[in-house]
Design a binder for this molecule. Structure first.
Ligand SMILES: [Fe+2]
Length: 501
């Protein structure tokens, strides 16, 4: 029951109805349950009447009589019915009842007031029902909007990393106007969150620790959505002690066991979380549970692919202990160059696999040739020169690597067209081939061989500058030069000798 519903009622219609029915101007008033005037005269006498009616506190249908002074009388009766309860009162003020020349007859007025009260009560009920339906619709819309946005995210993104979750949490935080939205899965050490802060949260780290710890254990053991609004909630002895934030935490189940949860967190100054928010949190938890399973599946497939690639590389590098780690280093530096060049995500994915597997073709080169310390004969060189093509032959059957394999195939081309396997020149050499060629050259100079120690970083850079424009693409050499000028930490990590050492 709300005064807002009353405010939506056009009482002037009821005033006209009353005037017509009694054939005179009659002062008509509506009061709420506390006797506060909602419609009608705004005079001290009207206010006094409202308070007197409320103080009398009768809930019998009426009408009841209240004499205001010697000249004026009010009739009043309750508004409302058994379905909606008592809403307030309506009253009519008239002059001198009972005389022959009285403008309004009491019986006629009482009957009209009955009709008015019934009309107003019905209109109130319809409006109230309508408001409730509008509110319900609003909540359903929020739910639908949230589900739609989750759906868009899960279809629109194919990344196998946290980005999909992150952007979903971000749009949920903004859409629901919640300070923090978090997805917590302690068993995998996952705590992803996004913020749409109404105010700063100075102890954010502690809040996240609390979520992963006590809050998760609480939700896990209860198996139900928990809502904490008030600071004196008895559960705050165990969770969010001394943290006044408002929290909803919804469990996410996997094989019947709660192994993750969704948390919505607001500052204390924001309105309490409602049942509608609880439903939204549960919808979000439900959707994230599906996404989480897909995400973990993709992640484990990604891990499997990487492990599989590593065992392939091990098979190659086991043949020549001096090349151990070469593929990893070339891969790492190629990715650094690719990122510095601002390659888009799908290209970086291709470069990832192309650079990691660029030497897989060496698996077919006889050990005697691959590990030969001295000069190679013409035939032995031919064996070596076919390895990029062989890498291509091995990998091209894997659909996912169709484009990635071009980098491996062409990493031995030279910028001036004198390389192998196809003698491509300049920009006709696929970009990834030109990228991989730079760290491949760098690593072959700085790594130790059976017959010589690895050269210094400076020697490698001088050699790279020397062959820039003939063997290597000058634009990529420039990117690499800028990368190493910043003295990156990998110079030490890869144990690369420096001239000053
Ligand atoms: Fe290589």
């Amino acid at each position: 029951m709300s005064n807002n519903t009353f405010r939506g009622i056009d009482f002037s219609r009821y005033q006209r109805w009353l005037n017509r029915a009694v054939g005179a101007e009659a002062a008509f008033m509506v009061f709420d349950k506390a006797g506060i005037p909602l419609w009608g005269q705004d005079t001290p006498q009207a206010i006094e009447l409202g308070l007197a009616i409320a103080a009398a506190g009768t809930d019998a249908a009426g009408p009841h009589r209240h004499d205001l002074d010697a000249g004026r009388t009010a009739l009043y009766q309750t508004l409302g019915n058994s379905n909606i309860g008592q809403l307030g009162w309506l009253a009519v003020m008239v002059d001198h009842f009972g005389k022959q020349d009285a403008p309004v007859h009491i019986d006629q007025l009482a009957e009209t007031m009955d009709d008015l009260a019934a009309g107003i009560s019905d209109e109130y009920r319809y409006k109230d029902d309508l408001d409730a339906m509008a509110e319900e619709l609003g909540e359903r819309y929020e739910e639908l909007h949230l589900i739609y946005s989750i759906d868009q995210h899960s279809h629109g993104q194919t990344e196998q990393d946290d980005k999909m979750f992150q952007s979903l949490l971000q749009s949920t935080a903004e859409h629901l106007n919640v300070d923090i939205v978090a997805f917590v899965k302690p068993s995998r050490d996952i705590c992803l969150y996004s913020t749409s802060l109404s105010r700063e949260i100075p102890n954010l780290d502690l809040v996240l620790v609390e979520m992963r710890g006590d809050l998760f254990r609480f939700v896990q053991s209860s198996g139900e959505t928990a809502i904490l609004n008030t600071p004196d909630d008895s559960r705050r002895v165990y969770i969010f002690t001394d943290m006044p934030y408002k929290v909803i935490a919804s469990p996410i189940r996997s094989n019947g066991r709660v192994d993750a949860m969704v948390v919505l967190l607001n500052h204390a100054h924001k309105p309490d979380f409602t049942n509608a928010d609880r439903k939204l949190a549960e919808v979000l938890a439900n959707q994230l549970s599906h996404l989480s399973n897909t995400y973990l599946l993709l992640q484990s497939m990604g891990e499997f692919n990487q492990q599989f690639a590593k065992s392939l590389i091990e098979a190659v590098e086991a043949k020549d202990p001096y090349t151990r780690g070469h593929s990893e280093r070339v891969h790492f530096l190629s990715m650094e160059i690719g990122r510095a060049m601002g390659l888009p995500a799908d290209e970086l994915d291709d470069l990832f696999w192309g650079s990691l597997l660029h030497d897989v073709g060496k698996i077919g080169i006889p050990d005697a040739v691959l590990c030969k310390p001295g000069r190679l004969t013409q035939d032995e060189r031919t064996f070596i020169n076919v390895h990029p093509e062989r890498s291509y032959e091995i990998l091209r059957h894997i659909k996912h690597l169709e484009r990635a394999v071009l980098g491996a195939r062409h990493h031995q081309e030279m910028y001036d067209g004198k390389g192998y396997p196809h003698g491509l020149k300049g920009e006709r050499i696929p970009l990834h081939g030109r990228i991989i060629a730079v760290p491949d050259t760098y690593d072959s100079i700085t790594s130790s061989r059976a017959y010589r120690a690895g050269r210094s970083h400076e020697v490698a850079m001088r050699e790279i500058e020397r062959v820039s424009g003939t063997q290597l693409d000058p634009a990529i050499v420039k990117v690499f030069r800028e990368l190493v000028a910043a003295e990156p930490e990998w110079l030490q990590r890869f144990n690369i000798r420096r001239e000053k050492d």
